[in-house]
Structures are given as structure tokens and as C-alpha cells.
Design a protein around this ligand. Structure first.
Ligand code: OGA
Ligand code: NI
Length: 357
């Protein structure tokens, strides 16, 4: 992840959402109350199966199924989100990472604050993407760690409690890395490109993990668990907690579609970097999280992106007279820095890369 920004930022006091909830379960401080236009609508979620995000069967991709590659292409092009089943990560490992994550969030706040997320940074415990005192806050506590390459690791932020936390994060992340590499291979195939194209281009890929814990909220109609955004990554892999409430929503045709958890499936989404590389053929999709009146929610999110050193721009194969180049070329490290030094605001961060018509 990017280094600490050099400009001074005034974020004001940020309440720890779990502590807030414990102390005053029905109070929603003003800073969490969204402006009208941003409040989640309470109309019941559309539940027809036509609004369910696509499912991709990884085992069929491995077996060489052309149909499944088409399904993947459709998922990437029409949705930007899909759920992967039969992905080869053991269910017991998914359970373990969920267990240690939950245990971490349930520690006393003083213990968690031994790993503080400094203002303007994105690793550690706290709230990321807060840059000003008048910014609305998300109903969420986060804990994030840089994993790969080695130089983004900050050993001071790796908890020793729960005892198995760090080891589990490492084992889990190695498995998720394999899934990302493989999915990128199949994504390349779905675009009619050489399988290895992303792997070769990315160098030593950057990988980070963020656990998001959303406590219940007495007024889910007023707050957001996580502000609308697209991810700056190439791919994002999201694991939803087993007993968690439904909370993730994606913006499709101007309405928010909930992502119904499927046990042991992983939710994958296209990040900004793939949007740029494919010249907008596969787009990153705006998403957000909402809260629930009685239930809490946990998500474990892996961000997978190219090395900071590489130059990113639309691939020549995806640019022609009918699809003129929509994004400029830039250094991926600069994009990452831009991403983590701006608040989450829909797809606004991609303006960095867009060629204005
Ligand atoms: C994220 C994200 C959604 C969720 O961390 O980037 O989109 O459901 N999380 O927690
Ligand atoms: Ni996201």
C-alpha cells in the first residue's frame, strides 16, 4: 500500500463503531447520518433470480470448459461481479480466517488500538479513507494489512492475539493469491488473449487484506456500512461471514442489487486496473455495504494488483477505431497513491486515468 501522504489532514474524532454501539445502542452520531440522497432505500431488495449476480464454477474452468469461459466473459462484461464456487480453497481455511477475524474484532478496543491505522494510511485498525472533519463516516471497523511484496508488510501491525491470527492470514493469503493468478489466466482467455499476459505484465503483484466488521445498527436506513466505491485493484476477492447479514450491494442499471451470500463461494469483482487494461470492456462496478438492525456482518477482502512499478494503460489488443483509447498511461504506484489519498466516492478515482473526450 502507498506511503503516508505528506500533507497534514484533520479528520477530527472518529468513534469506534463497536464501542459506540455498546455504550449507546440507539444513538447515531451526526457524522454517521447520511445526506438524503446517500441513504440506503428501505424498499425491499429485488429478489428475482434475474438480479442475482452470476456464478462461475472454477472447477469447470480448470477442466477447460469453453462454456464456463463464456460465462466468465459475460460476468465480467455485464456485471463486473461474480461468485466463484469450487475454487479449491478448503472450507476449513475459510472458516479459520473467519474465526480469527471475528476474534480479533471482539477483543477489547484497547487491544485492537495497539495496531492503529494512522490518519491517511490504510493499514491497521480503524477507519480508512477519512480525510476531513466534515466527511461522513462509515458504520464499520476495519483492520487491514499489506501482504506482498514484502516491503509493504508492516510487522508492527500484525497482531499476536488471537494467537493464530497472523499464521492464518498468511496461509489464507497464499491460497487466495493462487485463485487470483488463475482467475486472471481465465480472464485473459475470455478476452481472447494469451493466458499469461497479466502474470507477465504485473510483476510481483501487490496483495493486501482488509477485514471489515459491521456492527448492527439501530437505524440502518440512515447510515452506510461502507461508502459507494469501485476498488483500485485489478481483482478483489471477498469472503462473506457465514452467519452475517446480507450487506454488499452493487450498482446495476442505477439500482442497488444485493449480493446474496452462497456458503463457501467467494465474491470476485473487477477493479479499476482491469477496467483500464481492457479499455473499459470489463468495468469496475460501484458497490457499497449497508447495515442491519439486529445482525452484525464480517467480510474478508483481498485486493490483488500489479506491482507499483509497472505502467498501466489500455492493452493494444483492446483498442481500435471502434474502441478508441479511453484511458491514459500511468504508473500504477501513482494510481494506488491517488486511490488511498482520496475519499471513497463512487467511481470518481478513475477520473485520474480517463482521457476526457
Ligand atoms: C471493500 C468492499 C464490501 C463488503 O472492502 O472494498 O467493497 O461487503 N467491501 O464488506
Ligand atoms: Ni470494495
Amino acid at each position: 500500500m502507498a506511503p503516508v501522504p505528506v500533507f497534514p489532514i484533520k479528520v477530527g474524532h472518529i468513534d469506534d463503531v463497536q464501542e459506540l454501539r455498546k455504550g449507546k445502542p440507539t444513538t447515531i452520531p451526526e457524522r454517521f447520518v447520511r445526506d438524503m440522497a446517500e441513504r440506503p432505500s428501505l424498499s425491499p431488495a429485488l429478489s428475482s433470480s434475474t438480479t442475482d449476480i452470476p456464478i462461475v464454477d472454477f472447477s469447470k474452468l480448470v477442466k477447460g470448459s469453453k462454456d464456463e469461459v463464456l460465462q466468465l466473459a459475460n460476468a465480467c462484461e455485464k456485471w463486473g461481479f461474480f461468485q466463484v464456487i469450487n475454487h479449491e480453497i478448503e472450507p476449513s481455511l475459510l472458516e479459520s480466517i473467519e474465526k480469527v477475524s471475528k476474534e480479533f474484532f471482539m477483543l477489547p478496543v484497547e487491544e485492537k488500538q495497539k495496531y492503529p491505522m494512522a490518519p491517511g494510511t490504510v493499514q491497521g485498525y480503524g477507519q480508512a479513507f477519512v480525510f476531513s472533519e466534515d466527511q461522513k463516516l462509515d458504520w464499520c471497523n476495519m483492520f487491514a494489512l499489506g501482504l506482498e511484496p514484502d516491503f509493504i508488510r508492516n510487522p508492527k501491525l500484525w497482531p499476536t492475539n488471537p494467537a493464530k491470527f497472523s499464521e492464518t492470514v498468511d496461509v489464507y493469503s497464499r491460497e487466495v493469491r493462487k485463485v487470483c493468478k488463475n482467475l486472471l489466466k481465465y480472464i485473459a482467455m475470455s478476452l481472447g488473449l494469451r493466458e499469461e499476459i497479466f502474470e507477465e505484465m504485473f510483476g510481483v503483484a501487490v496483495q493486501a487484506i482488509r477485514m471489515n466488521y459491521y456492527p448492527p445498527c439501530s437505524r440502518p436506513d440512515l447510515v452506510l456500512g461502507l461508502s459507494p466505491h469501485s476498488d483500485g485493484s485489478a481483482l478483489t476477492v471477498l469472503q462473506q461471514g457465514k452467519d452475517s447479514s446480507v450487506g454488499l450491494q452493487i450498482l446495476k442499471n442505477n439500482s442497488w442489487v444485493p449480493v446474496q451470500p452462497i456458503p463457501t463461494a467467494l465474491v470476485i469483482n473487477i477493479g479499476d486496473t482491469i477496467e483500464v487494461l481492457t479499455n473499459g470492456k470489463y468495468k469496475s462496478v460501484e458497490h457499497r455495504a449497508v447495515t442491519h438492525k439486529e445482525k452484525d456482518r464480517l467480510s474478508i477482502v483481498t485486493f490483488y494488483a500489479p506491482s507499483y512499478e509497472i505502467e498501466v494503460g489500455p492493452m493494444a489488443e483492446l483498442v481500435d477505431e471502434n474502441n478508441p483509447c479511453k484511458y491514459r498511461r500511468y504508473n500504477h504506484g501513482d494510481y494506488s497513491k491517488h486511490y488511498v489519498t482520496n475519499k471513497l466516492q463512487g467511481k470518481k478515482t478513475l477520473d485520474f486515468a480517463k482521457i476526457q473526450a
